[in-house]
Design a protein around this ligand. Structure first.
Ligand code: TYD
Length: 138
């Protein structure tokens, strides 16, 4: 069976006359228990963030304000996904190369992960990523 490498997600919204409330529960709305969250803001339009793959971390990216794009590269296929709704996100498995870019001025990109931060599990060299991702197929 082919493992899922990325997947668009929609989160439950509880809007009423007071405004909106979006719920993201670990193990329910995202396919892992949440150990880490961080958020990115103040990135100019021309900036490209990410440019790495992770040996252990899975991520869910949610643009809670503004818009951005993420380029997802599995080593076999490349897809660009627009993140432009606060109740939608994208799940990224281990071993996908990601680049986040085209940030709107007001963009706040929220990121959830199943792992604590460990710089050793980041692959920041694209050739190394291709080497490791192709090794897995052997
Ligand atoms: P970086 O990985 O370059 O950000 P991104 O790829 O998401 O644009 O991280 C920027 C800095 O923040 C770098 O010094 C490492 C640090 N950092 C942490 O300390 N913990 C974390 O969970 C993350 C994602 C980054």
């Amino acid at each position: 069976m082919e493992t899922i490498q990325y997947k668009k997600l929609k989160f439950p919204q509880h809007g009423d006359s007071r405004g909106h409330l979006v719920v993201v529960e670990g193990g329910k709305d995202v396919p892992f228990d949440i150990k880490r969250m961080f958020y990115i803001y103040g990135s100019d339009k021309g900036v490209v963030r990410g440019r790495h793959a992770n040996r252990k971390s899975e991520f869910v990216l949610i643009n809670v304000k503004g818009t951005s794009k993420v380029k997802i590269d599995t080593g076999k296929k490349v897809e660009v996904v627009s993140l432009d709704r606060p109740h939608e996100g994208i799940y990224l498995s281990r071993m996908v190369w990601k680049e986040m870019y085209d940030f709107s001025e007001d963009a706040v990109l929220l990121v959830l992960s199943n792992e604590h931060y460990d710089p050793e599990e980041y692959i920041r060299d694209y050739e190394q990523f291709l080497y490791e991702v192709n090794q897995k197929d052997v």
